[in-house]
Design a protein. Structure first.
Length: 658
């Protein structure tokens, strides 16, 4: 028989078993009554087991929760240290979740917030993605020890307390991607004790978090809230009531790998970054801030011993900056520091009613050519200090029409009745292209009103839009005019080559003096190729007047094979269009049209418009031939007359000599 000593030696050489060695994914969905994914004192369980077990869940990589409404938290810090290979945490529509990591699960553990072994363990070192969506009670990702009891001796100085607390924070340190959406009571994302440990973060997206006041907590004081002091037993002291020294020390986020950041519909945010954070954003490529009601600046100026104007801030990799529908945004940074954006190529500053300036200091953007606003694309030549909204909502900022290159407006119901006000017509010196789609309230593109003081047609003002070459209008249900002409002002588009019109309620269309225009409606190439197989009909149900005048390059209204239906058209004028050959190559229906005004006068339309144009072309050709024949006869007679006169003169000369 073996001795007890030898038995113990044999027992010690036995390889301890793995607990759940093959479990990789936990997916729980629509379990309305479940309260815990795991509820066990794992420390005690592992210690009491003989032989001791290795850490459980060693191969667990994914946790997915969906509609588990009775859960209040996912796991505790002591449980978290066993999940060393966890890569993805996704929690959707769990209305009871208040924290993802909560100390309430460790309430039966030691009476300290973190054991020494816990402090020396790197938690979630492989975590890649954290996604939290529509967690309506989520107060914090990690409760930061607020629920735990801490010996007051552990907080004899600030450095030790911060070390203990930061060791407990884990879930926000290591993810490559964090996505938070519709967590309506979450007031901040990254607590002050973790902001310096975000070096792995590459993508950050926060949407519809209506009570979020800070993305990154920047002061130690933010963690204090006497309302969170634990009641009941007097054991220990609540973290939230500790009077730490130098409690207003600023915590600077370390975001050296952050590449993409999107903030949307967070209405209590007043800023995104503090000035001290900017130096860590060396890899930021894309920054988008949208529909945040109270945000005033993107970068908040801080009270510093050294003046910010002495510094130059460089964003070496930022390529895209979008500031969209921020009604109280005044600028990117209103201090005097100089900014350099050597890679910036895409900028949108859209519907920012209070916009004043990008920065009060100098700004360098060597690659940036254009700026996008609610109107469209603007040249960079005049800088950033101009209107970013429609003229109807402007508040005294310089007009943006003088540097407007393209008008691009889509899906905007509140655009108003007109796009270009009358006073801005002469500022459109750079406008090249207009594209407007699905703007329900729009009635007129160019507002043309009487010039003050003009009393007769003799003082008519002609405004040329010299660089406009393309106009595309689609699904504008209430559009009545491109512009409404009058006797005091006229518009001229000498270089307009393409006008694309689709699904409009247009009533009057008048185009004149466009010397380069070849067609009014241009079909796309792929549409022309498919037209033989499927002929589509374009209907302009309200168009009652169409005038085409002085279009010397015009070949036709549309040279594609699509059919046109113009049921209300009763006025058609085609004058001084020398090269028109077709109205359209497809069928055209104009049941109300009786006459056409042409260079030959007012003519009856006995068939369709295409046949009329063909007939007139034949008549012109016949007339040319007739006129040519008459001319030849006259010329021939004139030559005969000259010959007779010459003979007569020669005879007279001869007789005279004799």
């Amino acid at each position: 028989m073996d001795s007890p000593t030898s038995s113990r030696r044999q027992l010690a050489t036995i390889q301890p078993p793995l607990l759940l060695p093959y479990l990789q994914t936990i997916h729980l969905e629509s379990l309305m009554k479940i309260r815990h994914v795991w509820k066990c004192n794992w420390n005690r369980f592992l210690i009491l087991h003989h032989p001791p077990l290795q850490f459980p869940f060693q191969n667990l990589t994914d946790i997915y929760l969906n509609h588990c409404d009775n859960m209040e938290y996912l796991f505790s810090p002591l449980m978290a240290k066993y999940l060393s290979n966890l890569k993805n945490v996704r929690i959707y529509w769990c209305s009871g979740i208040e924290e993802v990591i909560s100390r309430r699960g460790d309430e039966n553990e030691e009476n300290t917030i973190c054991t020494s072994s816990h402090q020396n363990t790197t938690l979630f070192p492989c975590l890649d993605t954290l996604e939290l969506t529509e967690l309506l009670r989520l107060k914090s990702v990690d409760d930061g020890g607020k629920r735990g009891k801490i010996s007051s001796d552990a907080f004899h100085d600030q450095s030790q307390s911060a070390q203990v607390i930061s060791a407990c924070w884990s879930l926000g340190q290591y993810p490559r991607k964090i996505s938070i959406e519709e967590c309506s009571v979450l007031s901040s994302l990254i607590p002050w004790y973790a902001v310096g440990q975000m070096n792995r973060l590459q993508e950050l997206e926060i949407k519809k978090c209506g009570r979020m006041r800070e993305v990154f907590e920047n002061e130690l004081m933010n963690c204090y809230n006497t309302n969170n002091v634990d009641e009941g037993s007097g054991v220990g002291t609540s973290l939230t009531s500790l009077p730490l020294q130098n409690s207003t020390t600023v915590a600077v986020p370390q975001l050296s790998n952050l590449k993409t950041m999107v903030i949307c519909e967070c209405d209590l945010l007043t800023h995104i970054f503090t000035f001290s954070t900017l130096k860590t954003l060396s890899h930021l490529k894309e920054l988008k801030v949208k529909r945040c009601e109270t945000i005033q600046v993107i970068v908040k100026e801080e009270n510093k011993t050294s003046s910010p104007e002495e510094e130059v801030v460089v964003f070496p990799n930022l390529e895209t900056l979008q500031l969209d529908r921020l009604p109280n945004l005044k600028g990117f940074f209103l201090g005097m520091s100089n900014f350099q954006f050597p890679s910036l190529v895409n900028v949108m500053i859209n519907d920012c009613d209070e916009w004043v300036a990008f920065t009060s200091g100098q700004l360098e953007t060597p690659k940036l050519k254009y700026i996008h606003t609610s109107l469209g694309k603007h040249s960079r030549e005049s800088g950033f200090n101009f209107q970013t909204t429609f003229p109807t909502s402007s508040k005294g900022m310089p007009s943006s029409f003088h540097n407007l290159i393209e008008i691009n407006i889509e899906y905007k119901e509140d655009v108003g009745r007109t796009i270009i006000p009358s006073h801005a017509l002469q500022q459109l010196v750079k406008l090249q292209q207009i594209t407007i789609e699905r703007c329900g309230g729009l009635e007129e593109i160019f507002e043309v009103v009487a010039v003050e003081g003009s009393g007769s047609s003799k003082s008519k003002t002609v405004v040329p839009i010299l660089n406009l070459t393309q106009v595309k209008l689609e699904f504008l249900d209430n559009l009545k005019y491109l512009w409404k002409s009058n006797q005091w002002m006229a518009l001229k588009f000498p270089n307009l080559t393409t006008l694309s019109v689709h699904r409009l309620q247009l009533q009057e269309l008048s185009i004149s003096g466009c010397l380069s225009m070849e067609v009014i409606v241009k079909e796309e190439e792929e549409e022309e190729e498919e037209c033989d197989a499927k002929v589509n009909e374009i209907i302009l149900p309200r168009l009652n007047s169409l005038k085409l005048v002085n279009l010397v390059s015009l070949g036709g209204f549309c040279l594609g094979k699509k059919a046109f239906s113009l049921p209300a058209l009763d006025t058609l004028q085609i004058k001084h269009c020398l090269f028109i050959t077709y109205f359209t190559k497809g069928h055209v229906s104009t049941p109300q049209l009786k006459v056409i005004e042409t260079d030959f006068g007012i003519c009856d339309v006995r068939t369709d418009v295409n046949s009329f144009i063909e007939t007139k072309l034949e008549e012109v050709c016949t007339n040319i031939i007739t006129y040519s024949s008459v001319f030849l006869i006259i010329l021939k007679g004139f030559i005969y007359y000259k010959i007779i006169i010459l003979i007569f003169l020669c005879v007279n000369v001869k007789n005279t000599n004799f």
